[in-house]
Design a protein around this ligand. Sequence first.
Ligand code: MN
Length: 257
Amino acid sequence: MSVLKSLVEGIRGGSIEVVDLTSPLTSDTPILQLPEPFGNTIPFRLEEISRYDDRGPGWYWNDIHTGEHTGTHFDAPVHWVTGKDGEDVSQVAPARLLAPAVVLDFSAQAAADPDFLLQIDHVTAWEKEHGPLPEGGWLLYRTGWDARADDQARFLNANETGPHTPGISAECARWLAERSPVCGIGVETVGTDAGAAHSFDPAFPCHSFLLGAGKYGLTQLRNLDRLPVTGAVVVAPPLPIIGGSGSPVRVLALVER
Ligand code: MN
């Protein structure tokens, strides 16, 4: 049987499960909040054009108001100044948007310490147990933060010292960008960087190093607990916005049962 035929039969028959890793998009979907004097993105919003009424008796449709970086979204290299000569979302090769994924679960550590940071040693210890990170694939970083995704305040977890959400150390971000074979990282938090990453050296190291290396980011993922540690395939295609720095994205994982 052809590979595609067996894929379709596997999905229909249930031996391949399709797991949705996407947060639903509503006007309550948490969004990043930068302090003054920085600009901010808008919440997602539907604006009704007609709903089976005199504006359109037989049809319902909306305009959408959204940022590129709203909800579950894709960060393209051009999003960061270090990647300003790199790809925008429309330029990412389609074949890179279907890729293997591995899950590194540090939800227990993040539950104990919301400022928990993934270090190089954590990743190399994981590799000793599970094998090398996938070539051209995603490192999905599970922190359990998706449990907070329905509440903006708990999700951003900010106090007078700024947001406190788990992330990746500057050294590890650099290592993942320059020394590892992954195409990017996927996280459950509002952005790929830790809440406190504004004060790291460099600031926002995941953005700085990974996007600067032509790699990608996926954010606000959920259901990572339903994926195997290795072996899933992730489909994460951003909209082909010409010049776009990011895009809301529906992220699906194929998992063999
Ligand atoms: Mn982003």
